[in-house]
Ligand binder design. Structure first.
Ligand code: ADP
Ligand code: MG
Ligand code: ZN
Length: 470
């Protein structure tokens, strides 16, 4: 990218709230039902019906606003935003316009504050499915509750945009406000982007990108757009303010439509909904029940257990993983050991099986039990890993496996001496090498004894005894 320009990005993110029912009716808000089965006269836009506000959606929106350090408006209101599109049966969307539910917050990424301009509640539209020969519409998504979270134009690179989105998604998941699965359209981002010559105060003309279905796409589309705009500016051209559609397959952005101005939407106050009045007490109650957020937990983990930044970041990736860690250290008093096992062994299994920690078959108590055997030097590190693999495969506990396979470390010196004697006799050539000065071959001898005794002796004990013998 051309370093003559400064990149300016502002993000609009739609987050689907995790409610059972839709925003203004009692239809299920769930994803994936048979097309056009989760609908009623309210959400399919029939005349003569009235919307009723879903209180749980309001509470979730307040929760999100508080966690993003916003001011919650004690009075906010709804408006109709008009546009004509087949997936919008009413011909307008109920949203918040002049008086959003929350304003003036921020999200911190890498010590940098990104300002949140506003958060408002709105309903989703339906979904059009196009094929070369026909277009189908599924209204199930009509009326599903969303919040739109809008930043100030303070993001300065595609990397920063992705980092912001990851942080925002992590917070929404910690709050249980949304599952934020991008494939299920729970979390959708529309970036606005412009360039300005370095040193210039005034912002350049921006474009808006749509149809970004993954964080990868967000990054690629922003890179593409930076490139495209800088080439135009380099040759003295002008940027047209427009909405661009990201073509994931060909990795290009094409014109979707000219940018609408707010007049185009002919906003007017929603006459069927009263002003949304929130009482202080309710807001404070929600505030008092906010869970610890990632950065708060990070501070605790780093200070209390002296864990590295990197390990803490992995543990905190999801609330469930962090909770698993906390449950395990309650029963195994060695946070570093537990942390290391979680980020290596456990993580490897989760990745391998593409499952989350919730679906992991070893419960914290059993992992703690295994690690306690290791800490008490009843088993070796290698054996602990073997047992762990067995636990994953068989659902048995560590104690059961150790007992069945006789894997406890032996204090029996006769076993040690007997097996070393055998190994030394069987490997006379290696012993000769060792005696002629090639001392590194000792590891081969240790390995041979380990194999013979199958985890009943520690390498150190074997090494000491071999050295004594030689
Ligand atoms: P709209 O009414 O089209 O939604 P807004 O002014 O509300 O426009 O801004 C939408 C988003 O665009 C916000 O996230 C904002 O930060 C961002 N934005 C506004 N101006 C610019 C600009 N010149 N360059 C990049 N982003 C911008
Ligand atoms: Mg916009
Ligand atoms: Zn309905």
């Amino acid at each position: 990218m051309n370093s003559k320009y400064e990149v300016i990005i502002g993000l609009e993110v739609h987050v689907q709230l995790k409610t059972r029912t839709k925003l203004f009716c009692a239809c299920p808000a769930e994803f994936g039902g048979q097309p056009n089965t989760n609908i009623c006269p309210i959400c399919s836009g029939l005349p003569g019906v009235l919307p009723t506000m879903n209180q749980h959606a309001v509470d979730l929106a307040i929760k999100a606003g508080l966690a993003l350090n916003c001011q919650i408006s004690e009075k906010s209101s709804f408006a109709r935003k008009h546009y004509f599109y087949p997936d919008l049966p009413k011909g307008y969307q109920i949203t918040q316009y002049k008086e959003p539910l929350a304003i003036n917050g921020f999200v911190e990424i890498d010590g940098l504050k990104i300002s949140i301009r506003r958060i408002h509640l709105e309903e989703d539209s339906g979904k059009s499915i196009h094929s070369p020969t026909e277009s189908l519409i599924d209204f199930n998504r009509c009326g599903v509750p969303l919040i739109e979270i809008v930043t100030e134009p303070e993001i300065r690179s595609p990397d920063q945009a992705v980092k912001y989105l990851q942080t925002l998604r992590q917070i929404m998941r910690y709050l249980d406000v949304s599952d934020c699965e991008m494939e299920k359209a729970h979390f959708r981002c529309e970036p606005n982007i412009s360039l300005r010559p370095i040193g210039q105060k005034q912002f350049g003309v921006r474009t808006e990108l749509k149809n970004l279905n993954s964080l990868n796409s967000v990054h690629q589309a922003l890179e593409f757009e930076i490139n495209r705009q800088s080439k135009i500016l380099d040759t003295g051209g002008v940027i047209v303010q427009e909405t661009l559609f990201w073509d994931e397959q060909n990795r290009v952005a094409g014109t979707m439509r000219g940018k609408e101005e707010s007049e185009d939407y002919r906003y007017f106050p929603e006459p069927d909904l009263p002003v949304l009045v929130l009482n202080r007490e309710n807001i404070d109650n929600i505030k008092n029940t906010l869970p610890l957020l990632p950065w708060q937990r990070k501070k605790i983990l780093k200070e209390k257990y002296n864990l590295s930044e990197n390990i803490v970041n992995i543990i905190l990736e999801t609330k469930e993983f962090a909770d698993y860690f906390v449950e395990t250290i309650k029963l195994c008093d060695d946070a570093k050991l537990v942390a290391n096992w979680l980020v290596t062994e456990v993580k490897a299994v989760l990745n391998d099986k593409s499952i989350s920690i919730n679906e992991f078959n070893i419960i914290p108590k059993e992992l703690a039990n295994l690690l306690n055997l290791l800490r008490a030097q009843k088993i070796t590190g290698t054996v602990a890993k073997e047992i762990f693999t067995d636990m994953v495969l068989t659902n048995k506990t560590a104690t059961e496996i150790v007992n069945e396979k006789g894997l406890f470390l032996s204090n029996d010196d006769s076993l040690l001496i007997k097996s070393i004697d055998e190994v030394l006799t069987e490997n006379a050539d290696i012993v000769a090498k060792y005696k002629s000065g090639k001392t590194s071959v000792i590891s081969f001898l240790i390995g041979a004894v380990l194999q013979k005794t199958h985890g009943k002796l520690t390498p150190q004990k074997i090494k000491d005894k071999i050295l004594e013998k030689l």
